[in-house]
Design a protein around this ligand. Sequence first.
Ligand SMILES: C[S@@+](CC[C@H](N)C(=O)[O-])C[C@H]1O[C@@H](n2cnc3c(N)ncnc32)[C@H](O)[C@@H]1O
Length: 339
Amino acid sequence: MARIPWESYDSYGENVKWVKHYCSNHQILLVGEGDFSFSCCLARVFGDASNIVATSLDSYDVVINKYERAKANLDMLYHFGAKLLHGVDAMKMKLHTDLQMRKFDRIVYNFPHAGFLGKEDDNRVITVHKNLVCGFFKNASRMLHPHGEVHVSHKTTKPFDLWNIEELASQSSLLLSERVKFEIEDYPGYANKRGEGERSDCPFPLGECCTFKFRLYSESDESIGSHHRSTQEPQMCSSERAYPNIVMNHAPIVNNNQCHQVFREYFDHARSTFGQADDYIFHSVPHMLRIGLERCSAESNVNPLNHYISHLKELQYMCKRRIEYLQNRLLEIDRPYGL
Ligand SMILES: C[S@@+](CC[C@H](N)C(=O)[O-])C[C@H]1O[C@@H](n2cnc3c(N)ncnc32)[C@H](O)[C@@H]1O
């Protein structure tokens, strides 16, 4: 039986409507929608969708051909004033023309799944799903208002628990704040979709699943954050699978000094994007360095720029050493092939 959404008043005395974790005055980004019924559920209860941006990876034509209810849902969202975007890749969405200047209170991806690529317990299939979620977190973490949350609803039974999404989130400086049982009855009208293959428009069995809520690490999480980061190995990315010899023998990075603390977002980013050749890093690396500066400014009571510049010099020195190390490793690998 559908649960009744509720209303309350915000601090300005305005009437706000709620659907479970979502409120009519949140700026909400929905990623990887199927037939857009989840976005539609929020819009219908809120009676307005001007704060909602609803996106799909598929183009408009693909969406309306794939899902019987999609056209009606999209028409309704449009009527309520939602921004609708198609062809939005969760792994690159930060750079999307219509999204790059926006920040959100909630970024929601329900049941991320990279498609039916083999058995769900096959390690290679799990890695592809993990890369999708990892790319999503990397982008979403940079599109949040300071107190915003990233939500992922996901099955918690085997083999889906092996995705280890908490750890994937931590690589993008996202900390689990809550894990709440996902109950479809909370979202009247929502129809979960397989999204791929001949039965795209069919539901998949939900079984046990949860909404994982993440927020950005803050200064007060420092002790949890640094412990979490230092005790967990970063997840393997595609280049690590292709060149395990290079990556598994990590080039020397001193990861317990101040420089590492200042540029921790940059280091996390460097690990997770290692070997990925695209122009994305020309945007993302300066962004990661800037986050370090901003955090350093917020934390330091002396002129942060003095420290920042000396740490930047140290970082530059470390980068040079790392490049030399990697070049030498590549030469060693090429040598047996006479290259
Ligand atoms: C299992 S379906 C879930 C669909 C919908 N969120 C729901 O709850 O019904 C997985 C969805 O992820 C989308 N998807 C897969 N790879 C994606 C990517 N790189 N970026 C955005 N969406 C993606 C698929 O198009 C599909 O709609």
